[in-house]
Design a protein around this ligand. Structure first.
Ligand code: SF4
Length: 342
């Protein structure tokens, strides 16, 4: 029997309408990340959404849902051919909080980075997974990826220094077996470059990473490293450091029992419930006849992508935790999870 969730549950887990929308512009990408979940996308999903459909979608969420916060996803959204036109339209509709999740590819070009900032993108979430160029290129499946990502950081930093003070640069890294040993060096390196917002998301073992024990780490391997980062951050770095997609019961209990630590480091506490729109899907229960899907990300994860294990049955956090990636359980089983009583 499930229990009443604790009163300080993460805001993104609370059921109800979403506050922002992420629009997937198409799955086309110039990288081949080893943990890409879109590696099996079909031709239709790889096509860019037309500008007309994008406008329709922006209008729907602005007018029907009152949303003003927008995220642009791909594939690689900086390659989207009508990005500038889409941003102009979003601005006209009143979207005032625009984020791009990117591998940084075109942001290394000054004209492109300036255009993106002038047309309203305020938050840049860069997918960077290692401070070591060889590891980064390996994980991105693209030689030269590290160098291009550094160019993107340099341009964004220059734009920020030139007066765009509200522009924020954050790093979204996928936590995996290759970057785990040097996470402290990773944070130090990027802090030195002026980045003060780093998020580590636990790898989702799907797409190219499915079944790859050389890439997918276990929670037991990852948690001691993350707890080391928490200690170092408290003492030295003092940046916004957070972790995502980690079941609460694998956090060390002396960490998890302290509410301010939960609020500071567990990413779901600051994430907002998010609508997602994707295109080019196979028509079916989740898609309309044009292959268009709309869903709330947190609900899809809980209902389709994650599973509960026997320890979850009477766990006090079950209603908000969402469980464990199903594919992870297929790889490593359920021995690491324990019932939380408070
Ligand atoms: S026991 Fe289950 S519901 Fe509870 S924290 Fe662990 S994974 Fe989440």
């Amino acid at each position: 029997m499930s229990q009443i969730p604790p009163i300080d549950a993460p805001r993104s887990a609370v059921q109800g309408e979403a506050e922002r929308v992420d629009i997937n512009l198409g799955h086309a990408c110039n990288h081949k990340c080893v943990f890409c979940m879109q590696s099996e996308s079909g031709i239709e999903q790889k096509k860019w959404v037309s500008l007309d459909k994008l406008r329709e979608e922006l209008r729907f969420y602005a007018e029907q849902k009152g949303v003003r916060s927008l995220g642009l996803l791909g594939g690689e959204p900086t390659l989207y051919p009508w990005l500038e036109e889409g941003l102009i339209f979003a601005g006209e509709l009143g979207y005032n909080d625009i984020t791009i999740n990117t591998n940084g590819f075109r942001l290394g070009q000054w004209e492109f980075a300036s255009m993106a900032a002038e047309r309203g993108i305020r938050r840049y979430c860069l997918s960077i997974h290692s401070e070591d160029p060889a590891v980064e290129d390996f994980l991105s499946g693209q030689k030269g990826a590290f160098v291009r990502k550094m160019r993107a950081i340099r341009n964004l930093t220059k734009l920020k220094a030139s007066g765009m003070r509200d522009l924020t640069i954050s790093i979204n890294a996928v936590l995996n077996k290759k970057n785990l040993p040097t996470l402290d060096r990773f944070v130090k390196f990027f802090k030195h470059l002026g980045i003060v917002d780093i998020r580590f998301n636990f790898i989702r073992p799907e797409g190219r990473a499915a079944g790859r024990k050389d890439i997918v780490c276990t929670f037991s391997e990852a948690m001691p490293k993350l707890m080391e980062l928490v200690a170092l951050n408290g003492r030295e770095w003092k940046i916004r450091l957070s972790f995502g997609e980690i079941p609460y019961c694998v956090y060390r209990s002396d960490f998890f029992k302290i509410e301010p630590l939960r609020r500071a480091y567990i990413g779901e506490y600051v994430d907002r419930r998010t609508f997602v729109s994707t295109f080019g899907n196979t028509p079916g229960p989740l898609s309309d006849n044009d292959g268009h899907q709309r869903f709330i990300w947190q609900d899809l994860k809980m209902n389709k992508l994650k599973s509960f294990v026997s320890a979850c049955t009477s766990c006090a956090w079950r209603e908000v935790c969402g469980g464990v990636w199903t594919n992870y359980l297929e790889m490593y089983g359920d021995k690491e999870f324990r019932t939380l009583t408070e």
